[in-house]
Design a protein around this ligand. Sequence first.
Ligand code: 0YR
Ligand code: MG
Length: 370
Amino acid sequence: MKIKSVLPFILHVPVTDAQIADSTHTISHWGVVGAQIETEDGLTGYGFTGTHAHLPSDQLIARCIETCHAPLLVGENASDINRLWHKIAHNPALQWVGRAGITTLAHAAIDVALWDLKAKAAQQPLWKLLGGQVRDKVRAYNTDIGWLSIADDKLVEGAKRAVAQGFTGIKIKVGSTVGRDLRRLVAVRQAIGPDVTLAIDGNGKWDLPTCLRFCRAAQDFDVFWFEEPLWHDDVKGHAQLARATPIPVALGEQLYTPDAFSEFLNQQAIHWVQPDVTRMAGLTDVLRVCETAHAFRLPVAPHAGDMSQVHVHLSYAHPACEVLEYIPWIKDCFTDPAEVVDGYFRLPRLPGAGTSPTAAAWRQYRQATA
Ligand code: 0YR
Ligand code: MG
């Protein structure tokens, strides 16, 4: 398993509509910025981070993979995942410029590629390597019907369609105005009935008074969680909100480190823990957060930054992972797609982490790395 080469790649994949919007971003493509790691014995592993497909910043990540991280890996044994994680995370040359941000996103791609390689070498799906299946099925919730860019009537239609397809959970975006978002929440709850879990996601847009006002009116509609109600790093604000409302607080998709999660846990500012292997330094670091959350007896709902490939494996294998986000944009770019059947993610069968791109995606969506 000696590493021969580490090469970056960039794919830009169109989203469901021409454009989708949450409270803070309007995007037309999802960026898959990754590392392709080849071993001397002919195996290839793939890992990637997720972006909003802004080519100049994607190229910064690619360059970091190629010129900063790759030289630490070539010649090493790919199966030494922990040792290589520490080698990259504690590279003194990089620590000065980044314990978060682009250096971490680049690290995410590499760590996941190493897990993919390890599972391929063992000829097993990743969930087996993670200790085996702890649940029969992984419940999916659908986020793709709930964008702020979707008009009110279409939102209700989409929610009903998702339920008809078998989804037992959906999530809608909030963070426009309290009045509009409440109207949409109530309309969706009425359309789907009491048995489907309905979460909301503010993507960090509102301030505390706005969140409190919204929560007071929303608490009668059985909101499963309020995700990223406040600015991503605001521990104190989330703690105040969590004390003031019965609606559970969810967050984590923008947190880079286990220390950041620990702050929220210690301050009782979080109920649902949402780490992402494409945001943190890969699966290695997300596993630490899952263990910590589990020790706190809090559930994990991994964020779909990778549109779920690796998170499906994780969710089958880790007891803390209770539910998983479904956004279908990039699934068909992979040879073992994260498919939902009757509201539950299919158990992956192929060896690896589910991160190998198809030849068609490689041809169609590839961008220049420099
Ligand atoms: C678009 N999921 C999310 C998309 C989504 C974001 O900005 O990246 O809405 O990843 O918050 O929970
Ligand atoms: Mg979110």
